[in-house]
Design a protein around this ligand. Structure first.
Ligand code: AMP
Length: 338
């Protein structure tokens, strides 16, 4: 079957516009699954979105599967998939899905994620066990938290104990708070070429932590503001070139280790290493996202790094469609779908 017979589809949220624009640029038919309030947005992009499939709530997604199979749809997951559909629904989905669903378990479980990073020889912030003495600044993350809500920081044991009494979450992790700057590296691993490509980088604009510095410390005193880390936007970055060798090597090691841990396919497609870089140029990975991240939306028209690899605008969304197109042409589509 030629590529024109397939419809690239995703949920109307997160990076859907980028994904569908990229798919159209690569010659695919496109459709978005959207809830009513978002329909006008997606309909207004009829230049690259061929169909808007409406559902009342995200829970109604399974009702659409027959229609999706009829259209030869290929689903592209993004950061809102597990949040909107839930883990089980994601796994149960029958529509062909770009990526390896087995990675979902490793991504979701913070302990397994840590094991993966450690095996890849990647630095991770120290993790405190129950009963350990808090001997440095820490960040406390609740397990269920989405987007940095419900976190707190503490500078020592005393502050930790005091804040814990008013913390309502039952499951949480206590992680060393790394002093440095956050840098999010967006990569793409192609199982067809077996190469890791650096696509772009961003930093997040998080409320309220990024606003605290706007108020002088003397005015903050007494306000009792606890920093939170909810992402509202993303800012493009170009990084010191001397940091690139280690960052790319880290990504390659993460992919290699994933082939053993999540055998046989491992991690492929887009992923993001979420890092904090210290003043001694150490790169700590605080989290891995095994999918397209919203920071790639800064680069719908390509990034400086994607330009080094492609002589045309190549977003991560378009790179996904290119991989599917190459796989179809090589008769290897099964290798990139789950
Ligand atoms: P996360 O939910 O793990 O992506 O964390 C949300 C935000 O909290 C990040 O974007 C960072 O700004 C900050 N953060 C998380 N973990 C750490 C850490 N160990 N050290 C310093 N900052 C962190």
């Amino acid at each position: 079957m030629g590529i024109i017979n397939y419809t690239i589809t995703t949920l109307g949220s997160h990076s859907a516009l980028q994904i569908l624009k990229g798919a159209k640029d690569e010659g695919f038919k496109t459709a978005v699954i959207s809830t009513k309030s978002r329909n006008p947005l997606y309909k207004s992009y009829s230049n690259f979105i061929d169909g808007v499939l409406e559902i009342d709530t995200w829970q109604d997604f399974p009702k659409l599967e027959k229609e999706l199979l009829k259209r030869n749809a290929i689903i592209i997951p993004h950061g809102s998939f597990v949040t909107y559909l839930g883990m089980d629904e994601n796994k149960k989905m029958k529509t062909p899905y770009f990526g390896n669903k087995a990675v979902l378990n490793w991504e979701e479980n913070r302990k397994m994620q840590r094991e993966w990073m450690e095996k890849a020889g990647v630095k991770v912030p120290h993790l405190f066990k129950r009963g350990d003495t808090i001997d440095r600044s820490v960040i406390v993350k609740s397990y269920g938290a989405a987007g940095g809500k419900g976190y707190f920081t503490a500078r020592n044991q005393k502050e930790f104990d005091a804040k814990l009494t008013s913390f309502s979450e039952e499951k949480f992790m206590v992680q060393e708070y790394v002093i440095g700057v956050p840098v999010y590296f967006h990569f793409f691993y192609s199982p067809l070429t077996k190469k890791v490509e650096l696509m772009s980088l961003d930093k997040r604009y998080e409320t309220n932590v990024d606003s605290l510095g706007r108020i002088p410390a003397k005015n903050q005193r007494g306000l009792n503001i606890e920093p939170s880390f909810e992402v509202v936007a993303n800012i493009p970055l170009a990084i010191r070139e001397s940091l690139l060798p280690e960052a790319i090597s880290m990504a390659e090691r993460v992919v290699e280790v994933s082939k053993k841990l999540i055998s046989p396919k491992g991690l492929f497609g887009p992923f993001c290493l979420e890092t904090i870089i210290t003043s001694t140029e150490e790169i700590y990975v605080i989290e891995i996202s095994a999918r397209i991240v919203a920071g790639t939306n800064c680069f719908i028209n390509g990034s400086p790094y994607a330009y080094l690899l492609y002589d045309e605008p190549m977003s991560t969304g378009r790179r996904i469609a290119r991989e599917i197109k190459n796989a179809i042409n090589l008769n290897r589509l099964k290798e990139v779908l789950d």
